[in-house]
Design a protein around this ligand. Structure first.
Ligand code: MG
Length: 299
C-alpha cells in the first residue's frame, strides 16, 4: 500500500489516504462509510500495528463512495507524519566517504560502525514545501537523497535477523545540510534546521518493497542529475543499522531512519555546487516515487 497524508480544496485538515492508479482514496471516509474504526492519521496507523494495516486493506476491497475518491491532481500532499525521532546515518556509501574526506573534514577510512546523528522532528517538511535558504546562516546548502525506513514495531536490542520484523515501510528523506554549520564536528545545526528534512511523498508498506537493499536512488537539481546509485551499495545494510541503533536506543513505531546518502553531493563537486533560492530538488527512490521541493529565500 502507498499511504499518504493529503489536503484538498474542500478539506484543509490533513487526511489519511492511499494512492491507487491515478487516484487518492480517503481512508478515513472509507472507514466512516463502512463503520470501521481506523486511526485518522498515518502516524496513528503506523502505531496501530498489523491490525491497523489489515483494517485498511479490507476497506480497499469494498465499494468506494464517491466522496472518498479524489483524482491525484486534485490533492496536495503533506509530509506523511511527524516522526518521533529521525536518526540519520552518515558516511554509509563508500564513494560518499571518499568525496566527504576530500571536501569536508571527515575521515578517509571507512567507519568501523555506523555513524549516527539525529534530526529533530521540526526539520520535517512535506512534498512541494520549501527548503528554507537563509543566507545569514549558510552559503553551503546541500542535498542528500536517502531511503527512509519507517519503524513499525518497538525495537530494543534486536538482532539483524529480527530487524525487518520491525519495519512498517519505506519512504524518502532528503537530508539537507548546511555544510558551513558543522560546529566542532557536530552535525545537529548543520542538518537539523527547519525544513532540512523533506519527507515523503508516500510511505510504501514493507510488503510492497521486495528488497529494500536493491533500489535505485537518484537526485536532480533543476532537472540535472547529481546523484545516482543503488541501496545495495550501502556500507551498513538496513538490518545492521536497526541492530546497531537498537543496541542502545529504543526505536519506536513512527521513528524514521535516514539510511545515508550516496556520492554526488554538492560539497563533493569540483568546484563545489550548492543550493540557491529558485532551485528545485527532486529526490527519487525506485518503487517509492519522487520527493520534489523548491528552495526559497528565507532571510
Ligand atoms: Mg545524510
Amino acid at each position: 500500500m502507498r499511504l499518504l497524508t493529503f489536503t484538498t480544496t474542500t478539506a484543509a485538515d490533513p487526511r489519511l489516504g492511499v494512492e491507487t492508479d491515478g487516484h487518492v482514496l480517503d481512508l478515513t471516509a472509507l472507514a466512516d462509510h463502512a463503520r470501521v474504526r481506523l486511526p485518522h492519521d498515518l502516524l496513528g496507523l503506523v502505531q496501530a500495528g498489523p491490525a491497523g494495516l489489515d483494517a485498511a486493506r479490507r476497506l480497499l476491497d469494498g465499494a468506494y463512495p464517491a466522496h472518498a475518491v479524489h483524482r491525484t491532481e486534485d490533492v496536495r500532499l503533506s509530509a506523511p507524519f511527524r516522526p518521533g525521532k529521525i536518526i540519520g546515518v552518515g558516511l554509509n556509501y563508500v564513494e560518499h566517504v571518499e568525496e566527504s574526506s576530500r571536501s569536508l573534514d571527515t575521515d578517509k577510512e571507512l567507519p568501523p560502525r555506523p555513524v549516527l546523528f539525529s534530526k529533530p522532528a521540526t526539520a520535517v517538511t512535506g512534498p512541494g514545501a520549501p527548503i528554507l535558504h537563509n543566507a545569514d546562516l549558510t552559503t553551503q546548502l546541500d542535498w542528500e537523497c536517502e531511503l527512509a525506513v519507517v519503524i513499525g514495531r518497538t525495537a530494543f536490542r534486536v538482532s539483524e535477523e529480527e530487524a525487518y520484523d520491525h519495519i512498517f515501510g519505506f519512504s524518502i528523506v532528503n537530508d539537507i545540510s548546511a555544510r558551513d554549520q558543522r560546529r566542532s564536528g557536530q552535525w545537529f545545526f548543520s542538518k537539523g534546521q527547519d525544513s532540512y528534512a523533506p519527507f515523503g511523498p508516500v510511505v510504501v508498506t514493507a510488503d510492497a518493497i521486495p528488497d529494500p537493499m536493491d533500489l535505485d536512488l537518484s537526485l536532480r537539481v533543476n532537472g540535472v542529475t547529481k546523484q545516482k546509485s543503488n541501496t545495495r551499495h550501502m556500507l551498513f545494510p538496513i538490518a545492521r543499522l536497526i541492530a546497531d541503533i537498537s543496541s542502545g536506543v529504543t526505536l519506536e513505531p513512527g521513528d524514521v531512519i535516514a539510511t545515508g546518502s550516496p556520492s554526488g553531493v554538492g560539497a563533493g563537486m569540483v568546484p563545489p555546487e550548492f543550493l540557491a533560492p529558485g532551485d528545485t530538488v527532486e529526490a527519487a527512490v525506485e518503487l517509492i516515487g519522487t520527493l520534489t521541493n523548491p528552495v526559497v529565500d528565507a532571510r
